[in-house]
Design a protein. Structure first.
Length: 738
């Protein structure tokens, strides 16, 4: 066989056999599984099986994959607990090949191959033959020899900036006079290629180093909950670098059956991720539960991070029970950051759930001023957590890239699945709800009006009041480089009441699905009403103070009603615990406050997950027949856990963690689950305590051996049927061993 003939055969059949023409993958079979590639291909060894003399053979390939070696340091992947090489696309990395004899560029020809999936094909980007080039071209596949001495050849390899993200198999192929000689399948040379926010050619490029450190490399976060008047926080261990998590995240794309050719596109990956994180319709990662019944799993407030959830799902292939919005957001954030997509968790307070897609919240009252639950289908969550992912949006007009809202909490169906986004935050702000994906739903969550209407007995509906400021009251995320909160409300909406904000709403109504046009109702100028709920701890009595103001010289009377409900944080009531009617007489220019006492025994037996109470106060002004309506939610203060670490805190040495909890309730607590987590310190630990008597203290000790020096965080939670969302954390600094 001549060299020309071999080259022609290689060009015609250069990919390993069996790379095309195979049957499709059955559901849930990993694309990472593969058929072994033969050691030799199209290779004739010569007479009697004798290897041709002086053939160039590969003896060893060094890919410098250890944490302390150059590739992982340069690619910001040295934090991953993974023995394989992990690099980022659009950025070169180093390998070294040891040959059987010195490489001669004049007569020798070799190349590097990267394969992904079961049936790699060149035209789908799943079989990549990396050419040797004189100079690497930014963001394009290529390999450049940087040094050649004796039997060793050092190369820099550049992956394309838009290549598939995943785990590739690597081969070295040598062209010989008798055919192509390939290296054997060697799992130790498998290479993970991730998104690269440091690369300007990558769709996820982020040009601020502080933001890259926070939104890609930080494995700890803060999630906000509660209500705007009582903001509560909890740390979350994203754990994107922990052992097994990257493989679990790659498996999610297999589970979602995302084609390998689409795995270089952050828009497709984030949209698929928002569907597969919840188990609503595809047996995804987390089962949602909002009914306060968690007998067959873990209560959502028990979780301290994503690691256990993802590893359990990857291992069992079964959905993990249970989650609510902050759990979905925490796990989704891990998925995005693990793959290299900048991401953050945000919290929207007074978050609207627009069930009928008319871009407004419709609250219907009966003729007595009470909420008509039969007609009222929209709801307002005390808060709702979702994610933002940073990426360009070539599918949208210029200017709508950047942060994209993506939400994995199953609320509404989108293109046949429970998912939401990516929706451009900039499009949401300006009311451009015609842009994909699910922008109208996100817009309604942050900037819809609440329309209060009276449903009359004859079937007509009379608009009484329009509240333009309650929805999207406050939108928060974690500040860069600290645990402080960052107010990003104005990234989603213009300041309430401004012309720009009203124009955005009008634009949304123009583009969106508007079932009815609501007239702008002038608020009552004669009499107004508002109320405040006293700050109070779980298990205590407190007052609701309702204030009426008469702005005229006339005398008015009002028939008033207060309803107190235990609600899930989604705004859905579990049951009414307080029903109080009263009359008010207002003399000219008079202000009057009515106090309504709420006793602990009225609400304690009905409490659910987050000790959240919702109050709705209505009043009919008898002389004008106008209805005044206000609603507010309050989260009762919940006791915290105290964490302590006495003694030295040194890498490689035993360290004791002490968790303490004092039961403040007037009852014994039984079957209490404690959970302790500490990234880089210990793996999540769960422990059952049978009973904690009233007014007594539980003490829990665990020992661990720190793996890493530097600032770390311990996170603990405690849950039982009578008390949830008990939480504590502690910042500590681990010293290097002397």
């Amino acid at each position: 066989m001549t060299e020309a003939t071999a080259a022609e055969r290689e060009k015609k059949q250069g990919a390993p056999p069996g790379l095309s023409g195979r049957r499709a993958l059955p559901p849930n079979v990993s694309n990472e599984e593969e058929d072994d590639v033969p050691t030799m291909e199209f290779f004739s060894p010569g007479p009697r099986g004798v290897m041709p003399k002086d053939i160039l053979e590969v003896l060893e390939v060094n890919i410098f994959q250890r944490e302390d070696e150059i590739n992982k340091r340069e690619h910001h992947t040295d934090k991953y607990y993974n023995h394989r090489l992990i690099v980022r696309r659009g950025q070169s990395f180093h390998i070294q090949i040891s040959f059987s004899r010195p490489y001669n560029p004049v007569k020798d020809q070799f190349w590097i191959e990267y394969l992904i999936g079961r049936y790699p094909q060149q035209n789908k980007g799943t079989y990549i033959r990396v050419p040797l080039v004189q100079e690497l071209e930014s963001g394009q596949w290529g390999a450049k020899i940087t040094h050649s001495a004796g039997q060793f050849v050092a190369l820099n390899i550049m992956p394309a900036a838009n290549c598939i993200v995943g785990k590739f198999r690597m081969y070295i192929a040598v062209l010989t006079p008798n055919g192509i000689l390939r290296t054997k399948r060697n799992p130790s040379t498998d290479t993970y290629i991730l998104f690269n926010p440091w690369c300007p050619e990558d769709d996820v490029f982020l040009d601020d180093e502080k933001e890259r450190q926070e939104y890609v490399l930080n494995d700890l976060g803060v999630i906000y909950y509660g209500d705007p008047e009582s903001i509560k926080t909890r740390s979350w261990n994203y754990g994107q670098f922990e052992e097994g998590v990257l493989d679990a995240c790659l498996y999610l794309m297999d589970r979602a059956q995302l084609a390998l050719s689409g795995r270089g596109n952050p828009v497709k990956i984030s949209r698929v991720g928002s569907a597969v994180i919840n188990a609503k319709d595809d047996e995804g990662v987390v089962v949602g539960s909002w009914d306060n019944l968690y007998e067959y799993g873990v209560a959502p407030s028990s979780w301290t991070g994503s690691v256990d959830i993802l590893l359990e799902y990857h291992s069992s292939k079964e959905p993990v029970r249970y989650g609510q919005c902050w759990v979905f957001a925490g796990v989704f954030n891990t998925f995005l950051r693990s793959l290299g997509i900048p991401a953050r968790v945000i919290t929207n307070y007074s978050s609207a759930h627009d069930n009928d897609a008319n871009l407004q919240m419709d609250v219907f009252l009966d003729e007595n001023g009470k909420i008509d639950s039969r007609l009222t289908k929209d709801s307002i969550w005390n808060y709702h957590c979702w994610n933002e992912a940073w990426m360009s949006r070539p599918d949208l007009p210029v200017g709508f890239g950047g942060w994209q809202a993506v939400d994995s909490t199953p609320q509404e169906n989108s293109d046949g699945m429970y998912r939401c986004g990516p929706a451009s935050v900039q499009a949401v702000k300006h009311g451009h709800v015609c842009f994909q994906f699910d922008t109208p739903f996100v817009f309604a969550e942050v900037n819809s009006d609440i329309v209060y209407s009276t449903a009359m007995k004859d079937g007509t509906k009379v608009v009484q009041r329009v509240d333009k400021i309650q929805v999207g009251k406050l939108i928060l995320t974690k500040e860069l480089g600290s645990d402080k909160m960052k107010n990003i409300t104005e990234q989603y909406k213009f300041q309430e009441g401004t012309e720009e904000e009203r124009l955005a709403l009008e634009t949304a109504l123009l583009y969106g699905i508007k079932k009815s046009v609501t007239q702008d109702i002038t608020p009552s100028t004669e009499v107004d009403m508002d109320f405040i709920v006293e700050d109070s701890a779980l298990g205590s009595d407190f007052n609701v103070n309702i204030t009426f103001r008469n702005h005229t010289q006339s005398r008015y009377t009002a028939t008033s009603y207060l309803s107190g409900n235990v609600v899930f944080y989604t705004g859905v009531p579990k049951g009414e615990f307080k029903n109080h009617s009263f009359n008010v007489t207002l003399d000219p220019l008079q202000t009057q406050t009515v106090e309504v006492l709420i006793k602990s025994r009225e609400y304690m037996s009905k409490l659910v997950e987050q000790a959240s109470l919702h109050f709705f106060v209505t009043a009919r002004v008898n002389e004008t027949e106008k209805i005044l309506a206000r609603q507010k939610s309050v989260t009762l203060k919940i006791p915290q856990l105290l964490l302590q670490v006495p003694g030295e805190k040194v890498v490689g040495k035993d360290m004791t963690v002490i968790v303490e909890f004092t039961n403040p309730l007037k009852q014994n607590l039984t079957n209490i689950w404690g959970r302790l987590d500490g990234p880089g310190l210990l793996k999540p630990i769960s422990k059952l305590f049978r009973e904690v008597p009233k007014n007594s203290t539980l003490t829990w000790e665990e020992k661990c051996i720190p793996k890493r020096a530097g600032p770390r965080k311990l996170i603990a939670s405690l849950n039982c049927d009578a008390l949830r969302h008990v939480y504590g954390e502690l910042d500590i600094n681990i010293q290097n061993a002397v």
